[in-house]
Design a binder for this molecule. Sequence first.
Ligand SMILES: Nc1ncnc2c1ncn2[C@@H]1O[C@H](COP(=O)(O)OP(=O)(O)OP(=O)(O)O)[C@@H](O)[C@H]1O
Ligand SMILES: O=C(O)c1ccc[n+]([C@@H]2O[C@H](COP(=O)([O-])O)[C@@H](O)[C@H]2O)c1
Length: 221
Amino acid sequence: MTRPARIAMLGGTFDPVHNGHLRSAVELRDALGLDTVHMIPAPQPPLRDTPQVSPQQRLELLQTAIGDTPGLKADGRELERDGPSYSVDTLRSLRHEYGEQARLVMAIGWDAFLRLDQWHKPEQLFAFAHLVVIARPGHADAPSRPLMELLDEREVDSVSRLMASPHGQVLRVTLPSTMAISATHIRQWLGQGKSVRFLVPEAVESTILREGLYQRWQSAY
Ligand SMILES: Nc1ncnc2c1ncn2[C@@H]1O[C@H](COP(=O)(O)OP(=O)(O)OP(=O)(O)O)[C@@H](O)[C@H]1O
Ligand SMILES: O=C(O)c1ccc[n+]([C@@H]2O[C@H](COP(=O)([O-])O)[C@@H](O)[C@H]2O)c1
């Protein structure tokens, strides 16, 4: 019998993509034995202001960052929809693409998990995917009561238990190289003309500087 495909969606605003995202994607791929991690920029993230940098530019930075990294894919499918970028719609599309036996995972950081009860149709996510919540340095707040109940109902304690079914469970993971990097921090530093070297891939840094993204003035690199 062939092993079912193991697929993850790592969605984000990616404004811009940084090494915290990229290292998480690689370590998640290895920890869960994933075939493909779809990194999917949200044109209109539902719970925040639409970024100034266009969806196409954010996707291109993601493509530049990923390059030919095995198992990682910059996926522009949310750019083809209008309106808020609801994850349930994206998961429906991935489920349709991979079929009902695929193990489909939606990966989010702990900070994003803390707001899951404000998402569009959060319960429906589990009809399509598992949820994997990644520990993130500097984000350790306790979950609300509804999220505690969600964990009580759906949490499993190992990758093998998660992968025993196609969807519906939650797993919390602490990846080996957690990084205290945020896109907010990177936008602020660029806006102040500071270097972001080693926080983003070199090719992403070059594109940002060349295109003048996020900067009010050029820094002395
Ligand atoms: N350093 C990190 N380690 C682990 N997960 C992360 C890290 N940075 C972001 N994530 C997760 O990746 C997903 C996409 O993140 P997003 O694009 O919003 O980046 P961000 O750095 O959180 O941005 P911002 O600072 O603008 O809020 C979210 O689920 C988020 O929790
Ligand atoms: O579906 C929703 O209602 C929803 C609400 C908030 C965030 N999301 C998704 O969660 C991912 C991380 O979002 P953010 O805002 O932390 O970058 C990104 O793919 C968003 O589209 C999705």
